[in-house]
Design a protein around this ligand. Structure first.
Ligand code: AHR
Length: 501
Protein backbone atom coordinates (compact mmCIF):
# COMPACT_ATOMS: atom_id res chain seq x y z
CA UNK A 1 0.00 0.00 0.00
CA UNK A 2 1.12 3.59 -0.70
CA UNK A 3 0.03 6.54 1.41
CA UNK A 4 0.28 10.11 0.11
CA UNK A 5 0.11 13.03 2.53
CA UNK A 6 -0.34 16.59 1.31
CA UNK A 7 1.55 18.76 3.80
CA UNK A 8 1.00 21.83 1.62
CA UNK A 9 -2.82 21.76 1.91
CA UNK A 10 -3.94 23.76 5.02
CA UNK A 11 -4.61 21.31 7.84
CA UNK A 12 -7.87 21.21 9.79
CA UNK A 13 -7.46 21.70 13.54
CA UNK A 14 -9.35 19.03 15.45
CA UNK A 15 -11.18 19.85 18.70
CA UNK A 16 -9.52 17.97 21.56
CA UNK A 17 -13.00 17.18 22.89
CA UNK A 18 -13.23 14.31 20.40
CA UNK A 19 -11.30 12.40 23.07
CA UNK A 20 -14.02 12.98 25.66
CA UNK A 21 -15.72 10.52 27.97
CA UNK A 22 -19.06 9.72 29.61
CA UNK A 23 -19.93 8.41 33.08
CA UNK A 24 -23.41 7.35 34.16
CA UNK A 25 -25.17 6.32 37.35
CA UNK A 26 -25.20 2.73 36.18
CA UNK A 27 -23.84 -0.35 37.99
CA UNK A 28 -20.31 0.48 39.29
CA UNK A 29 -19.39 3.50 37.21
CA UNK A 30 -20.04 6.05 39.97
CA UNK A 31 -20.64 4.13 43.24
CA UNK A 32 -17.79 1.65 43.63
CA UNK A 33 -16.17 3.12 40.55
CA UNK A 34 -14.77 6.62 40.59
CA UNK A 35 -16.64 7.42 43.87
CA UNK A 36 -15.64 5.01 46.61
CA UNK A 37 -15.72 6.76 50.03
CA UNK A 38 -14.08 4.66 52.72
CA UNK A 39 -11.71 2.93 50.32
CA UNK A 40 -8.12 3.71 51.43
CA UNK A 41 -7.37 4.52 47.77
CA UNK A 42 -9.91 7.38 47.85
CA UNK A 43 -9.24 11.01 48.71
CA UNK A 44 -11.00 13.31 51.16
CA UNK A 45 -13.91 13.66 48.74
CA UNK A 46 -14.33 9.91 48.29
CA UNK A 47 -12.84 9.92 44.79
CA UNK A 48 -10.46 7.08 43.86
CA UNK A 49 -7.05 8.67 43.39
CA UNK A 50 -5.81 5.83 41.17
CA UNK A 51 -8.77 6.43 38.87
CA UNK A 52 -8.18 10.19 38.90
CA UNK A 53 -4.52 9.63 37.95
CA UNK A 54 -5.51 7.33 35.08
CA UNK A 55 -8.06 9.89 33.84
CA UNK A 56 -5.45 12.66 34.01
CA UNK A 57 -2.96 10.57 32.01
CA UNK A 58 -5.37 10.36 29.07
CA UNK A 59 -6.08 14.06 29.50
CA UNK A 60 -9.88 13.70 29.64
CA UNK A 61 -11.06 16.93 28.00
CA UNK A 62 -14.77 16.68 28.82
CA UNK A 63 -16.89 14.33 30.94
CA UNK A 64 -20.61 13.89 30.22
CA UNK A 65 -22.80 13.04 33.28
CA UNK A 66 -25.16 11.78 34.88
CA UNK A 67 -26.79 9.76 32.03
CA UNK A 68 -27.81 8.14 29.75
CA UNK A 69 -31.15 6.57 30.49
CA UNK A 70 -30.62 7.27 34.20
CA UNK A 71 -31.11 10.99 33.68
CA UNK A 72 -34.66 10.73 32.28
CA UNK A 73 -36.19 10.43 35.72
CA UNK A 74 -33.41 12.10 37.74
CA UNK A 75 -34.10 15.22 39.77
CA UNK A 76 -30.89 17.08 40.48
CA UNK A 77 -32.33 18.98 43.47
CA UNK A 78 -32.49 15.69 45.46
CA UNK A 79 -28.70 15.38 45.19
CA UNK A 80 -27.36 18.68 46.50
CA UNK A 81 -27.00 20.02 50.03
CA UNK A 82 -27.05 18.41 53.44
CA UNK A 83 -30.13 16.24 53.14
CA UNK A 84 -29.77 13.98 50.12
CA UNK A 85 -32.98 12.23 49.16
CA UNK A 86 -32.39 8.67 47.94
CA UNK A 87 -34.28 7.99 44.71
CA UNK A 88 -35.51 4.81 43.11
CA UNK A 89 -33.85 4.94 39.69
CA UNK A 90 -36.67 3.87 37.40
CA UNK A 91 -34.35 3.43 34.46
CA UNK A 92 -32.04 0.88 36.05
CA UNK A 93 -34.41 -0.23 38.81
CA UNK A 94 -32.07 0.33 41.78
CA UNK A 95 -31.90 2.84 44.60
CA UNK A 96 -29.51 5.73 44.05
CA UNK A 97 -28.45 7.27 47.40
CA UNK A 98 -27.90 10.63 45.70
CA UNK A 99 -24.68 11.08 47.71
CA UNK A 100 -22.89 11.76 44.42
CA UNK A 101 -24.58 14.82 42.91
CA UNK A 102 -23.73 18.01 41.08
CA UNK A 103 -21.21 19.30 43.64
CA UNK A 104 -19.33 15.99 43.79
CA UNK A 105 -19.34 15.81 39.98
CA UNK A 106 -17.89 19.30 39.66
CA UNK A 107 -15.16 18.39 42.17
CA UNK A 108 -14.36 15.34 40.02
CA UNK A 109 -14.09 17.49 36.89
CA UNK A 110 -11.90 20.05 38.64
CA UNK A 111 -9.55 17.35 39.95
CA UNK A 112 -9.00 15.82 36.52
CA UNK A 113 -8.98 19.22 34.79
CA UNK A 114 -11.83 18.55 32.37
CA UNK A 115 -14.88 20.43 31.16
CA UNK A 116 -18.17 19.36 32.78
CA UNK A 117 -20.97 18.45 30.38
CA UNK A 118 -24.37 17.96 32.02
CA UNK A 119 -27.20 16.03 30.38
CA UNK A 120 -30.58 17.17 31.69
CA UNK A 121 -33.80 15.29 32.42
CA UNK A 122 -36.13 15.76 29.45
CA UNK A 123 -38.04 12.59 30.33
CA UNK A 124 -39.99 13.41 33.51
CA UNK A 125 -38.25 16.78 33.91
CA UNK A 126 -39.42 20.18 32.77
CA UNK A 127 -37.79 23.09 30.96
CA UNK A 128 -37.92 24.92 34.28
CA UNK A 129 -36.11 22.16 36.21
CA UNK A 130 -33.39 22.08 33.56
CA UNK A 131 -32.89 25.84 33.68
CA UNK A 132 -32.99 25.82 37.50
CA UNK A 133 -29.97 23.48 37.28
CA UNK A 134 -28.18 26.08 35.14
CA UNK A 135 -29.07 28.71 37.76
CA UNK A 136 -27.57 26.51 40.49
CA UNK A 137 -24.36 26.00 38.52
CA UNK A 138 -23.82 29.26 36.72
CA UNK A 139 -25.42 32.30 38.40
CA UNK A 140 -23.33 34.34 40.81
CA UNK A 141 -25.94 35.02 43.52
CA UNK A 142 -29.18 35.75 41.73
CA UNK A 143 -32.23 33.68 42.53
CA UNK A 144 -32.79 30.84 44.98
CA UNK A 145 -30.61 28.19 43.34
CA UNK A 146 -27.41 30.19 43.19
CA UNK A 147 -28.03 31.12 46.83
CA UNK A 148 -28.55 27.42 47.58
CA UNK A 149 -25.19 26.58 45.98
CA UNK A 150 -23.55 29.23 48.15
CA UNK A 151 -25.27 27.85 51.26
CA UNK A 152 -23.94 24.42 50.27
CA UNK A 153 -20.46 25.87 50.53
CA UNK A 154 -19.70 26.68 46.92
CA UNK A 155 -19.35 30.44 46.68
CA UNK A 156 -18.21 30.74 43.10
CA UNK A 157 -20.43 29.67 40.16
CA UNK A 158 -19.28 26.54 38.33
CA UNK A 159 -19.72 28.10 34.90
CA UNK A 160 -20.74 24.82 33.26
CA UNK A 161 -20.54 25.64 29.57
CA UNK A 162 -21.85 22.43 27.96
CA UNK A 163 -25.41 21.24 28.49
CA UNK A 164 -27.62 18.87 26.61
CA UNK A 165 -31.40 18.63 26.63
CA UNK A 166 -32.36 15.04 27.19
CA UNK A 167 -31.03 11.62 26.36
CA UNK A 168 -32.45 9.38 23.59
CA UNK A 169 -35.97 10.68 24.19
CA UNK A 170 -36.82 9.28 20.75
CA UNK A 171 -36.58 5.71 22.08
CA UNK A 172 -39.51 3.71 23.47
CA UNK A 173 -37.07 2.41 26.11
CA UNK A 174 -36.46 5.91 27.47
CA UNK A 175 -38.54 7.13 30.41
CA UNK A 176 -40.62 10.09 29.23
CA UNK A 177 -40.08 9.26 25.55
CA UNK A 178 -41.38 11.96 23.19
CA UNK A 179 -42.80 12.18 19.68
CA UNK A 180 -40.76 14.16 17.16
CA UNK A 181 -43.18 17.07 17.40
CA UNK A 182 -43.26 17.05 21.21
CA UNK A 183 -39.48 16.94 21.17
CA UNK A 184 -39.06 20.00 19.02
CA UNK A 185 -41.37 21.98 21.30
CA UNK A 186 -39.79 20.86 24.57
CA UNK A 187 -36.24 21.52 23.38
CA UNK A 188 -37.27 24.98 22.24
CA UNK A 189 -38.75 25.86 25.63
CA UNK A 190 -35.80 24.38 27.51
CA UNK A 191 -33.31 26.13 25.23
CA UNK A 192 -35.05 29.49 25.70
CA UNK A 193 -34.97 29.21 29.48
CA UNK A 194 -31.41 27.86 29.66
CA UNK A 195 -30.09 30.57 27.34
CA UNK A 196 -32.00 33.22 29.29
CA UNK A 197 -30.28 32.04 32.47
CA UNK A 198 -26.84 31.88 30.86
CA UNK A 199 -26.40 32.89 27.21
CA UNK A 200 -22.78 31.68 27.38
CA UNK A 201 -23.89 28.05 27.59
CA UNK A 202 -23.48 25.78 24.57
CA UNK A 203 -26.52 23.59 24.09
CA UNK A 204 -27.07 20.20 22.51
CA UNK A 205 -30.18 18.04 22.22
CA UNK A 206 -30.74 14.32 21.86
CA UNK A 207 -30.91 13.27 18.23
CA UNK A 208 -30.10 10.36 15.96
CA UNK A 209 -29.55 9.73 12.27
CA UNK A 210 -33.31 9.90 11.67
CA UNK A 211 -34.66 12.47 9.24
CA UNK A 212 -38.11 13.12 10.75
CA UNK A 213 -36.82 13.42 14.31
CA UNK A 214 -34.01 15.75 13.35
CA UNK A 215 -36.00 17.88 10.90
CA UNK A 216 -38.60 18.53 13.61
CA UNK A 217 -35.94 19.20 16.21
CA UNK A 218 -33.97 21.55 14.01
CA UNK A 219 -37.02 23.35 12.59
CA UNK A 220 -38.21 24.13 16.11
CA UNK A 221 -34.91 24.58 17.95
CA UNK A 222 -32.11 24.92 15.41
CA UNK A 223 -31.67 28.62 16.21
CA UNK A 224 -30.86 27.78 19.85
CA UNK A 225 -28.61 24.76 19.33
CA UNK A 226 -24.81 24.71 19.12
CA UNK A 227 -24.57 20.91 19.00
CA UNK A 228 -26.63 17.91 18.02
CA UNK A 229 -26.10 14.70 20.02
CA UNK A 230 -25.92 11.24 18.49
CA UNK A 231 -24.97 7.85 19.94
CA UNK A 232 -23.49 4.62 18.58
CA UNK A 233 -23.07 1.08 19.92
CA UNK A 234 -22.22 -1.39 17.16
CA UNK A 235 -22.14 -4.75 18.91
CA UNK A 236 -25.68 -4.45 20.31
CA UNK A 237 -25.43 -7.09 23.03
CA UNK A 238 -27.47 -5.26 25.69
CA UNK A 239 -29.82 -8.26 26.03
CA UNK A 240 -27.54 -11.20 25.15
CA UNK A 241 -23.93 -10.36 26.10
CA UNK A 242 -23.04 -12.54 23.10
CA UNK A 243 -19.87 -10.76 21.94
CA UNK A 244 -19.18 -10.44 18.22
CA UNK A 245 -15.85 -12.06 17.32
CA UNK A 246 -12.82 -10.18 16.03
CA UNK A 247 -13.64 -10.35 12.32
CA UNK A 248 -17.28 -9.32 12.90
CA UNK A 249 -16.01 -6.32 14.87
CA UNK A 250 -13.82 -5.37 11.93
CA UNK A 251 -16.87 -5.55 9.66
CA UNK A 252 -18.54 -3.06 12.00
CA UNK A 253 -15.84 -0.53 11.04
CA UNK A 254 -17.45 -0.37 7.57
CA UNK A 255 -20.44 1.46 9.11
CA UNK A 256 -18.52 3.66 11.56
CA UNK A 257 -19.16 6.87 9.58
CA UNK A 258 -22.77 6.24 8.53
CA UNK A 259 -24.61 8.36 11.11
CA UNK A 260 -22.14 11.26 10.82
CA UNK A 261 -22.62 11.27 7.04
CA UNK A 262 -26.42 11.43 7.39
CA UNK A 263 -26.43 14.16 10.03
CA UNK A 264 -23.87 16.19 8.07
CA UNK A 265 -26.09 16.07 4.99
CA UNK A 266 -29.16 17.15 6.96
CA UNK A 267 -27.43 20.06 8.69
CA UNK A 268 -26.10 21.29 5.34
CA UNK A 269 -29.50 20.90 3.67
CA UNK A 270 -31.13 22.94 6.45
CA UNK A 271 -28.47 25.64 6.38
CA UNK A 272 -27.38 24.79 9.90
CA UNK A 273 -23.75 24.09 9.14
CA UNK A 274 -22.70 26.02 12.28
CA UNK A 275 -24.15 23.22 14.46
CA UNK A 276 -21.55 20.57 15.32
CA UNK A 277 -21.98 16.92 16.16
CA UNK A 278 -21.47 15.71 19.74
CA UNK A 279 -21.10 11.95 19.38
CA UNK A 280 -21.70 11.88 23.10
CA UNK A 281 -22.07 8.17 23.66
CA UNK A 282 -20.12 5.60 21.69
CA UNK A 283 -18.55 2.20 22.23
CA UNK A 284 -18.04 -0.92 20.15
CA UNK A 285 -19.93 -2.93 22.77
CA UNK A 286 -23.45 -2.24 24.03
CA UNK A 287 -23.71 -2.44 27.82
CA UNK A 288 -25.14 -5.72 29.16
CA UNK A 289 -28.37 -5.07 31.11
CA UNK A 290 -30.88 -7.75 30.13
CA UNK A 291 -34.62 -7.45 30.73
CA UNK A 292 -34.62 -3.82 31.71
CA UNK A 293 -34.03 -1.84 28.53
CA UNK A 294 -36.72 -3.70 26.64
CA UNK A 295 -40.50 -4.10 27.02
CA UNK A 296 -39.80 -7.49 28.64
CA UNK A 297 -38.87 -6.56 32.20
CA UNK A 298 -37.17 -9.12 34.42
CA UNK A 299 -39.14 -10.15 37.49
CA UNK A 300 -36.30 -11.39 39.69
CA UNK A 301 -32.95 -9.73 40.38
CA UNK A 302 -31.32 -12.78 38.80
CA UNK A 303 -33.11 -11.80 35.57
CA UNK A 304 -32.44 -8.09 35.41
CA UNK A 305 -29.90 -6.97 38.04
CA UNK A 306 -27.15 -9.46 38.83
CA UNK A 307 -26.28 -10.14 35.14
CA UNK A 308 -24.85 -6.58 34.96
CA UNK A 309 -21.80 -7.88 36.82
CA UNK A 310 -20.84 -9.67 33.58
CA UNK A 311 -19.81 -6.30 32.12
CA UNK A 312 -16.86 -6.61 34.53
CA UNK A 313 -15.31 -9.55 32.68
CA UNK A 314 -11.96 -8.04 31.62
CA UNK A 315 -11.12 -10.98 29.35
CA UNK A 316 -13.74 -9.71 26.90
CA UNK A 317 -12.06 -6.36 26.17
CA UNK A 318 -9.48 -7.40 23.61
CA UNK A 319 -7.66 -6.07 20.56
CA UNK A 320 -11.01 -6.07 18.75
CA UNK A 321 -12.14 -3.29 21.11
CA UNK A 322 -8.82 -1.47 20.76
CA UNK A 323 -8.72 -1.64 16.95
CA UNK A 324 -12.36 -0.57 16.62
CA UNK A 325 -11.79 2.31 19.08
CA UNK A 326 -8.82 3.51 17.02
CA UNK A 327 -10.87 3.36 13.80
CA UNK A 328 -13.59 5.42 15.50
CA UNK A 329 -11.06 8.05 16.63
CA UNK A 330 -9.63 8.11 13.11
CA UNK A 331 -13.17 8.77 11.84
CA UNK A 332 -13.54 11.65 14.32
CA UNK A 333 -10.24 13.16 13.16
CA UNK A 334 -11.23 12.79 9.50
CA UNK A 335 -14.55 14.52 10.22
CA UNK A 336 -13.23 17.06 12.69
CA UNK A 337 -14.83 19.87 10.69
CA UNK A 338 -18.21 18.72 12.02
CA UNK A 339 -17.49 16.40 14.98
CA UNK A 340 -16.45 18.67 17.84
CA UNK A 341 -16.97 16.25 20.69
CA UNK A 342 -17.15 12.50 21.27
CA UNK A 343 -17.65 10.73 24.60
CA UNK A 344 -16.49 7.17 25.13
CA UNK A 345 -19.26 5.32 26.96
CA UNK A 346 -18.27 4.90 29.66
CA UNK A 347 -14.81 5.69 31.01
CA UNK A 348 -15.00 3.68 34.25
CA UNK A 349 -16.24 0.05 34.55
CA UNK A 350 -19.10 -1.47 32.49
CA UNK A 351 -17.50 -1.40 28.97
CA UNK A 352 -15.11 1.36 29.98
CA UNK A 353 -11.37 1.70 29.50
CA UNK A 354 -10.63 1.81 33.27
CA UNK A 355 -11.75 -1.11 35.46
CA UNK A 356 -11.79 -0.69 39.24
CA UNK A 357 -11.62 -3.26 42.00
CA UNK A 358 -11.18 -2.79 45.73
CA UNK A 359 -7.37 -2.77 45.67
CA UNK A 360 -6.64 -1.13 42.33
CA UNK A 361 -7.47 -0.61 38.68
CA UNK A 362 -6.99 -2.41 35.36
CA UNK A 363 -6.22 -0.37 32.25
CA UNK A 364 -8.09 -2.24 29.54
CA UNK A 365 -6.82 -2.38 25.91
CA UNK A 366 -8.96 0.63 24.92
CA UNK A 367 -7.31 2.82 27.58
CA UNK A 368 -4.00 2.55 25.72
CA UNK A 369 -5.66 3.66 22.48
CA UNK A 370 -6.69 6.91 24.18
CA UNK A 371 -3.18 7.24 25.63
CA UNK A 372 -1.70 6.88 22.12
CA UNK A 373 -4.10 9.37 20.50
CA UNK A 374 -4.06 12.11 23.12
CA UNK A 375 -0.34 11.93 23.91
CA UNK A 376 1.33 11.06 20.59
CA UNK A 377 -0.89 12.22 17.69
CA UNK A 378 -0.88 15.71 16.15
CA UNK A 379 -3.62 18.32 16.61
CA UNK A 380 -4.08 19.19 12.92
CA UNK A 381 -5.48 16.73 10.37
CA UNK A 382 -3.80 16.64 6.95
CA UNK A 383 -5.23 15.64 3.59
CA UNK A 384 -4.11 12.10 2.68
CA UNK A 385 -5.08 9.30 0.34
CA UNK A 386 -3.93 5.74 -0.24
CA UNK A 387 -3.45 3.37 -3.14
CA UNK A 388 -3.77 -0.42 -3.10
CA UNK A 389 -5.13 -0.73 0.42
CA UNK A 390 -5.28 -4.51 1.14
CA UNK A 391 -8.87 -5.79 1.42
CA UNK A 392 -10.13 -8.95 3.13
CA UNK A 393 -13.52 -10.67 2.98
CA UNK A 394 -14.61 -11.07 6.59
CA UNK A 395 -17.66 -12.73 8.12
CA UNK A 396 -20.14 -10.31 9.69
CA UNK A 397 -22.25 -11.01 12.76
CA UNK A 398 -24.98 -12.26 10.41
CA UNK A 399 -22.55 -14.59 8.59
CA UNK A 400 -22.45 -12.53 5.37
CA UNK A 401 -19.03 -11.96 3.78
CA UNK A 402 -18.08 -8.28 3.68
CA UNK A 403 -15.04 -6.58 2.10
CA UNK A 404 -13.05 -4.70 4.70
CA UNK A 405 -10.02 -2.48 4.03
CA UNK A 406 -7.27 -3.68 6.35
CA UNK A 407 -5.40 -0.42 6.85
CA UNK A 408 -6.90 2.77 8.30
CA UNK A 409 -4.54 5.78 8.52
CA UNK A 410 -5.00 9.42 9.48
CA UNK A 411 -2.14 11.88 8.97
CA UNK A 412 -1.64 14.79 11.33
CA UNK A 413 0.77 17.65 12.00
CA UNK A 414 1.68 19.39 15.24
CA UNK A 415 0.56 23.02 15.24
CA UNK A 416 3.76 23.94 17.11
CA UNK A 417 5.66 22.95 13.97
CA UNK A 418 7.49 20.10 15.69
CA UNK A 419 6.60 17.52 13.07
CA UNK A 420 4.01 15.00 11.97
CA UNK A 421 2.30 11.86 13.22
CA UNK A 422 0.23 9.15 11.58
CA UNK A 423 -2.39 7.05 13.35
CA UNK A 424 -2.10 3.76 11.49
CA UNK A 425 -4.39 0.82 12.26
CA UNK A 426 -3.89 -2.72 10.89
CA UNK A 427 -7.20 -4.56 11.26
CA UNK A 428 -5.86 -7.85 9.86
CA UNK A 429 -6.20 -10.63 12.44
CA UNK A 430 -3.03 -12.47 11.38
CA UNK A 431 -1.10 -10.59 8.68
CA UNK A 432 1.34 -7.70 9.03
CA UNK A 433 0.95 -5.10 6.29
CA UNK A 434 3.56 -2.73 4.89
CA UNK A 435 2.88 0.72 3.52
CA UNK A 436 5.09 3.20 1.70
CA UNK A 437 4.84 6.78 2.93
CA UNK A 438 5.06 9.66 0.46
CA UNK A 439 5.12 13.01 2.24
CA UNK A 440 7.47 15.97 2.30
CA UNK A 441 8.89 15.78 5.81
CA UNK A 442 12.15 15.39 7.69
CA UNK A 443 13.14 14.15 11.11
CA UNK A 444 13.55 11.18 13.40
CA UNK A 445 10.92 8.45 13.13
CA UNK A 446 9.46 6.67 16.14
CA UNK A 447 6.59 4.22 16.31
CA UNK A 448 4.42 3.81 19.42
CA UNK A 449 2.04 0.89 19.23
CA UNK A 450 -0.14 -1.74 20.87
CA UNK A 451 -0.82 -5.14 19.30
CA UNK A 452 -1.00 -7.78 22.01
CA UNK A 453 0.17 -11.29 21.17
CA UNK A 454 -3.19 -12.20 19.60
CA UNK A 455 -6.54 -10.70 18.67
CA UNK A 456 -7.81 -12.02 22.02
CA UNK A 457 -5.18 -10.27 24.16
CA UNK A 458 -6.60 -8.41 27.16
CA UNK A 459 -5.51 -6.91 30.47
CA UNK A 460 -6.77 -8.11 33.83
CA UNK A 461 -5.86 -8.09 37.51
CA UNK A 462 -2.32 -9.45 37.68
CA UNK A 463 -1.86 -9.72 33.92
CA UNK A 464 -0.99 -7.14 31.31
CA UNK A 465 -0.86 -8.40 27.73
CA UNK A 466 -1.57 -5.06 26.02
CA UNK A 467 0.88 -2.25 26.69
CA UNK A 468 2.29 0.57 24.57
CA UNK A 469 5.64 -0.35 22.98
CA UNK A 470 8.09 2.13 21.46
CA UNK A 471 10.68 1.82 18.69
CA UNK A 472 13.01 4.35 17.02
CA UNK A 473 13.19 3.83 13.23
CA UNK A 474 15.90 6.32 12.19
CA UNK A 475 15.70 9.29 9.84
CA UNK A 476 12.62 9.68 7.65
CA UNK A 477 12.97 9.71 3.86
CA UNK A 478 10.14 9.94 1.29
CA UNK A 479 9.05 6.47 0.22
CA UNK A 480 10.05 5.03 3.60
CA UNK A 481 8.34 1.72 4.27
CA UNK A 482 6.57 0.89 7.53
CA UNK A 483 5.46 -2.53 8.71
CA UNK A 484 2.25 -2.64 10.77
CA UNK A 485 1.85 -5.68 13.01
CA UNK A 486 -1.39 -7.70 12.85
CA UNK A 487 -4.27 -6.33 14.95
CA UNK A 488 -2.25 -3.25 15.90
CA UNK A 489 -2.80 0.44 16.64
CA UNK A 490 0.27 2.53 15.76
CA UNK A 491 1.26 6.17 16.07
CA UNK A 492 4.18 6.90 13.76
CA UNK A 493 5.88 10.17 14.61
CA UNK A 494 8.24 12.16 12.41
CA UNK A 495 9.71 14.80 14.66
CA UNK A 496 12.32 17.39 13.76
CA UNK A 497 13.45 17.41 17.36
CA UNK A 498 14.36 13.96 18.69
CA UNK A 499 13.71 15.06 22.30
CA UNK A 500 10.00 15.47 21.53
CA UNK A 501 9.63 11.87 20.39
O1 AHR B 1 -26.72 0.88 27.60
C1 AHR B 1 -26.56 2.12 28.25
C2 AHR B 1 -27.47 3.12 27.63
O2 AHR B 1 -27.25 3.19 26.23
C3 AHR B 1 -27.38 4.57 28.07
O3 AHR B 1 -27.84 4.80 29.38
C4 AHR B 1 -28.25 5.19 27.02
O4 AHR B 1 -27.99 6.53 26.79
C5 AHR B 1 -28.00 4.33 25.77
O5 AHR B 1 -29.19 3.80 25.28
Amino acid sequence: MRLYVNVKRPAQKRDFMIYGHFIEHFHRQIYGGVYDPGNPLSDEDGLREDVLDAMRKIRVPILRWPGGCFVSSYHWKDAVGENRIPMFDKAWRVEDPNTFGTDEYIKLCRKIGCEPYICTNAGTGSAEEMSDWVEYCNLETEGQYAKQRIRNGFEKPYKVKYWSVGNENYGAWEIGAKSADEWGRLVTEAAKMIKHVDPCTELSAAALADLDWNVNLLKHSGQFLDWISIHGYWDAIHQTNDYADYDACMVYTNSITDSVRKVRGLLEAMGLGRIRIAFDEWNLRGWYHPNVHTVKQGITREEYLYPRDKNDDNTKYTMADAVFTACFLNMCNRNCDIIGMANYAPIVNTRGCIFTYKDGIVLRSTYHVFDLYVNYLGDEVLESWSEENPVCALKSISDTLESVEMIDIVATSFSDGSGYALAAVNKDSDKAHEFELHMDAAGEVAIHFISGDSTESYNDIGCSRVEIMHELLGQYHPGMKFMLRPHSVNIIQIRADRKSI
